[in-house]
Ligand binder design. Structure first.
Ligand SMILES: [Zn+2]
Length: 167
C-alpha cells in the first residue's frame, strides 16, 4: 500500500513540492508556503500578494522579458559558463553568449533581472556600468513597478471597502 506523499504547490513556479523534503519555506499570514529553490522563495518574499492571488495558477501566461547584458572585458569561457548557470535558473529560457554580451530571456513571474545579474556576477563576470548600468537600473525599477501593479489589480473593487453610498 502506498500512501500519497503530502505535497504543496510552489506558488511561484507551480511545481509540487514534497513537504517532508522541503528546504525552502516561509509562513505568510499564518499559511506555510513551500518552494523548490531559494530563487522562488526570494520572488515570493518580494511580492507575496502577487503570488497568493486567487487568479494565480501554474498555467498563467508568462511575463516575457528580454535583455542584452553587457560586461567589462569578458572572456568567452566566462560568458559561456554564466550562460549555463543562468539557464539552470527557474524561468530563464534563453541565455546566449555573443561577443561581449549575453542575451537573456526569462519569465518575470519566476526570475527577476536582479537575480539574473547576481548569478552572472557570481560567475565571475562584471556588468558594465555607465549608460548600460543606468539602463539596467531602469529595467529593474520597471519590473518592480510591473509586479506591484499586477498585485494591485486583484484588490480594486474589494469587499473590505464598502461601496460609497449614493443618496
Ligand atoms: Zn519554484
Amino acid at each position: 500500500m502506498t500512501g500519497k506523499i503530502p505535497t504543496s504547490r510552489d506558488p511561484v513556479c507551480g511545481m509540487d513540492i514534497a513537504i517532508a523534503d522541503s528546504r525552502y519555506s516561509m509562513t505568510h499570514r499564518g499559511l506555510v508556503f513551500h518552494f523548490c529553490c531559494g530563487q522562488c522563495l526570494e520572488r515570493f518574499t518580494r511580492h507575496p500578494a502577487l503570488y497568493t492571488r486567487a487568479q494565480r495558477t501554474a498555467d498563467i501566461r508568462p511575463i516575457a522579458k528580454k535583455h542584452k547584458l553587457q560586461f567589462v572585458a569578458p572572456d568567452a569561457e566566462a560568458l559561456r559558463g554564466a550562460g549555463d548557470r543562468l539557464l539552470a535558473m527557474m524561468g530563464v529560457t534563453v541565455a546566449r553568449a555573443a561577443d561581449d554580451h549575453l542575451l537573456v530571456e526569462y519569465d518575470l513571474w519566476q526570475a527577476s533581472l536582479e537575480q539574473i545579474e547576481a548569478v552572472a556576477e557570481a560567475s565571475g563576470l562584471r556588468l558594465k556600468g555607465g549608460l548600460h548600468g543606468w539602463r539596467r537600473a531602469w529595467w529593474r525599477f520597471a519590473e518592480g513597478n510591473e509586479l506591484d501593479n499586477m498585485a494591485d489589480t486583484g484588490s480594486g473593487a474589494c469587499c473590505n471597502r464598502p461601496p460609497a453610498r449614493l443618496r
